[in-house]
Design a protein around this ligand. Sequence first.
Ligand code: FMN
Length: 184
Amino acid sequence: MSVFKELLSRKSHNKLVAPAPCETQVEQMMKLALRAPDHALLKPWRYQVFTGDSLVQLGEFFAQASEIENPELTADKLDKIKAKPLRAPMVIVASVLITEHPKVPEIEQYLSVGASVQNLLIGAHLMNIGAIWRTGSLCFNRHLMDLLRLKTNESLVGFIYLGQEDGDKKSPKFAKQDEFVSWK
Ligand SMILES: Cc1cc2nc3c(=O)[nH]c(=O)nc-3n(C[C@H](O)[C@H](O)[C@H](O)COP(=O)(O)O)c2cc1C
């Protein structure tokens, strides 16, 4: 398949099972992720890779941070939150480290990290690895950012769940271009 056709067939998948991507595959994905457009070469992207036992640790961080935010949460709800990272054999936590720069506002640094995550998703797809980018309220929870040892000028942008796709592979739908693209 041509690379173009291959890219058109990318589709997020939420049922992901073992095996997790191996170290070489993560390295390949990161090679692409760290080659995203980047004004003034600030390198605003940061990634933390969780797999195996560290996914359990990530789940504990999710539950702790949720409980600090809302002490009313029931034990049942906290257990569900704790289990979230176990929905895939690997979760890559993506964050943006903001650098003050006279020509590069914060928004541009977020955009760079968005492009970087997309590169990572493309890398996964090209290696036949299923993936989905998730956020949810935990992505905006400062207590979780502290537990993950993010710096004060750093924020989460997403949790990238990775693994082998389980169940039927969905086909992407393509938008009518004239609704989104206009020629001037
Ligand atoms: C910043 C961002 C956050 C997202 N958060 C979630 C999420 O929390 N849960 C979810 O099911 N999908 C989430 N999505 C959407 C999926 O990652 C995916 O893009 C969507 O299901 C469309 O599938 P596609 O990537 O195959 O087009 C998010 C997407 C982006 C860009």
